[in-house]
Design a protein around this ligand. Structure first.
Ligand SMILES: NC(=O)c1ccc[n+]([C@@H]2O[C@H](COP(=O)([O-])OP(=O)(O)OC[C@H]3O[C@@H](n4cnc5c(N)ncnc54)[C@H](OP(=O)(O)O)[C@@H]3O)[C@@H](O)[C@H]2O)c1
Length: 259
């Protein structure tokens, strides 16, 4: 199967590297500004370099505001039955249809840990997408981490608000935690190492246990102990609960505005 990937920046580059090393797909990247192509892929600078080529499918990975200008010039180089995959945030299937015509379209919303195979990607296809197109979406998304087919397009905004933007929330929480570790006298390097290992350990443990997260929290909290003292602060007035809810709500509202 041949795949044309239009645009290869931060996200496209992360995906293509994983696909090139974990699938049998033959990948050609079209990006006029790309310095070094990921191993196992071919690169072209623009449509003029594609004469005589027809690709089975394509992936749109340019910024949303470039899609209308850039994508039409590549359409002559994809097969009539090609499925158009798009990772462009907030660019709906209706808007994509206006540009690529009525054909199979599958939107995929990955997040950046896809770069190391630990992404979370929601995907949704239009009625034109065949079971074979869905299978390909599954292969592309599973090779970059956790894959989730959502039942309606609006759900992609929910996945974006929780997971797509979630990497940013996680980094901010980690930053505050490291800052607190430094404030009580641990060195910057130790603070970073200890906080990352603590969060990583908790995530890994929760992933292999079937207990609820509340149960796991209680199981590490002895009455009147240090964890209880810390959690009393963390849970005071439910302020963190409210803050995280407001964070996800704000991202969802913005995703809806961008539709
Ligand atoms: N970053 C994320 O975490 C993330 C998550 C989910 C979805 N996305 C989506 O992924 C898409 C790309 O985002 P990104 O963060 O990867 O942006 P990016 O780093 O700016 O990547 C876009 C790439 O397209 C290239 N490009 C510009 N003009 C082109 C043309 N005429 N033909 C082909 N390629 C061209 C850009 O080159 P120049 O840099 O030289 O302009 C760049 O390499 C966006 O639609 C975004 O919504 C991103």
């Amino acid at each position: 199967m041949s795949l044309l990937v239009i645009g290869c920046g931060k996200m496209g580059g992360a995906l293509v590297s994983r696909w090139a090393s974990n699938t049998e797909i033959s990948i050609t990247i079209a990006d006029p500004f790309l310095d070094a192509a990921p191993a196992g892929t071919a690169t072209v600078r623009g449509p003029a370099d594609l004469k005589g080529k027809i690709f089975d499918n394509c992936v749109i990975a340019v910024k949303p505001q470039l899609i209308a200008d850039v994508v039409p010039s590549y359409l002559p180089f994809i097969s009539e039955s090609a499925c158009v995959f798009s990772i462009a945030a907030g660019f709906s299937i209706d808007s994509l249809t206006k540009i690529v015509g009525k054909r199979p379209i599958i939107r995929m919303m990955p997040n950046l840990p896809a770069e190391i195979g630990k992404g979370v990607t929601g995907y949704f296809g239009n009625p034109e997408a065949s079971p074979g197109d869905d299978e390909l979406a599954k292969l592309l998304t599973e090779s970059i981490g956790l894959s989730l087919q959502v039942l309606q397009e609006e759900d992609l905004d929910k996945v974006t608000a929780v997971a797509g933007s979630g990497t940013g929330y996680a980094f901010e929480i980690i930053r505050c935690w490291i800052q607190a570790a430094e404030s009580i006298g641990l060195s910057a390097d130790t603070s970073r190492e200890v906080v990352l290992a603590t969060i990583g350990g908790a995530v890994d443990l929760a992933s292999v246990k079937s207990n609820s997260i509340e149960h796991l929290r209680n199981s590490v909290t002895s009455p009147n102990g240090t964890t209880a003292a810390g959690l009393a602060e963390l849970r005071k007035d439910e302020s963190m609960e409210k803050l995280i809810k407001a964070t996800v709500d704000a991202a969802l509202s913005r995703a809806i505005e961008l539709r």
